[in-house]
Write a protein that binds this ligand. Structure first.
Ligand code: SF4
Length: 151
């Protein structure tokens, strides 16, 4: 019950998204988790060395590119590795990450055409964490993730 959870920084009001904004100010459940000192916040893209704001990027197979074809894969991978290290350092087994992101998405991402087209898939942070035994959920499954963490 005192286990820590990794949370996407943009879900807690941190203006770290590509557009310099945040996705959400956090739900009551997440604020409680934070008050209990069980939340570890991270933006993997910023941790990987990318600036804010930055070009919107999408995942195409194992590469991450912006609309002009510029490749950001290395920075995204660095960010994913930082996220994994953070999980290992804090013995984190559960993460709540922002849906749809090429880093943090867990059920869907955008298809690489920059037309807002969603496809089933996940981001590269999610893939690396899942491959290393961390269960990753989106902001749409917070209750489920917390129930699992509190077992
Ligand atoms: Fe949010 Fe993840 Fe994108 Fe950072 S990389 S802005 S935490 S979705």
């Amino acid at each position: 019950p005192d286990s820590k959870i990794l949370v996407s920084a943009c879900l807690m009001g941190k203006p770290v998204r590509y557009d310099g904004r945040y996705a959400s100010q956090g739900t009551e459940k997440l604020h409680l988790l934070q008050k209990q000192g069980r939340m570890v916040l991270l933006c993997p893209e910023v941790a990987g060395g990318l600036p804010t704001p930055r070009s919107p990027a999408e995942r195409i197979s194992d590469r991450i590119q912006d609309q002009t074809g510029k490749d950001f894969t290395d920075a995204f991978i660095r960010g994913a590795e930082k996220a994994l290290t953070m999980c290992q350092d804090h013995n984190i087994k559960i993460a709540i990450l922002k849906e749809g992101s090429p880093s943090c998405g867990s059920d869907f991402i955008y298809d690489g055409s920059f037309t807002g087209t969603k496809i089933n898939g996940s981001g590269i942070v999610t893939d690396l964490l899942r491959a290393n035994g961390v269960s990753v959920f989106s902001e749409h499954s917070i209750k489920y993730a917390l129930d699992l963490a509190n077992r």
